[in-house]
Design a protein around this ligand. Structure first.
Ligand SMILES: Cc1cc2nc3c(=O)[nH]c(=O)nc-3n(C[C@H](O)[C@H](O)[C@H](O)COP(=O)(O)O)c2cc1C
Length: 210
């Protein structure tokens, strides 16, 4: 017998903490920079974030409620994704403060704005990787019954990629050496990618080769 705990999210989880985002974890972090209509720099982390296509490269994240990042992208159609690494963890965390739109969140987080090549929002100079993005879709998420939720999925085409040369080893991006941080569950859990957590597995062939 499979001894499992079962619950229906709509009726409550009945546990000490909602396990949902601890289970779907650790998640990559979308550390997103945008510009307000008034030119104020905005920076915020989003861990309901991932990549969805290779050609063209598409990435997306979900805004739970109408936050400044969403409003800025609706207005300008542009954003930058910045890689959050262990040396930048505290700055990333600072940038989630619910600051009013007139606050420069690069200054709040103590990071340096660096001009992008193709889009108006700056990237985080201290981050080793950044994707300049042009918004492709904004989708208001619905329930299975078709009711609107208070969440918006923001998708963007990656139009420019910056990679610190130190992370390119013979032309191959060094994920294991990147010190990328990932979001776990609970109020404060994070993981850091370490070289010793790497394992490799080739895809199977069919029919299996014996
Ligand atoms: C690691 C981390 C991940 C987060 N992920 C999300 C997320 O996926 N969606 C969301 O709406 N808020 C998320 N938040 C909260 C936002 O960062 C926070 O609401 C922030 O103030 C939004 O900034 P903005 O109004 O400038 O866009 C996260 C916070 C942290 C620290």
């Amino acid at each position: 017998m499979h001894d499992s705990y079962f619950y229906q999210p709509a009726l409550g989880h009945g546990l000490a903490h909602d396990p949902f985002n601890a289970i779907i974890g650790p998640r990559p972090i979308g550390w997103i920079s945008t510009l307000g209509a008034d030119g104020v720099r905005n920076l915020a982390p989003y861990s309901f974030f991932n990549a969805f296509n290779y050609t063209p490269p598409l990435i997306g994240f979900s805004s739970l409620g109408r936050k400044d990042t969403l409003r800025n992208i609706e207005h300008s159609g542009e954003f930058v994704w910045n890689l959050a690494t262990r040396p930048l963890a505290e700055a990333m965390n600072q940038s989630c403060a619910a600051a009013p739109p007139e606050v420069d969140e690069f200054a709040l987080a103590g990071v340096t704005p660096l001009a992008s090549q193709l889009v108006q929002p700056p990237r985080v100079a201290e981050s080793p990787v950044a994707f300049e993005c042009s918004c492709s879709q904004i989708v208001r998420l619905k329930t299975a019954a078709g009711q609107d939720t208070d969440a918006w999925l923001i998708l963007g085409e990656v139009v420019g990629v910056h990679i610190a040369r130190a992370l390119l080893k013979d032309g191959v991006y060094d994920t294991a050496g990147s010190q990328t941080i990932l979001r776990g569950g609970g109020p404060a859990d994070y993981f850091e990618i370490q070289p010793d957590s790497l394992f490799r597995m080739a895809r199977p062939e069919y029919p299996p080769q014996r």
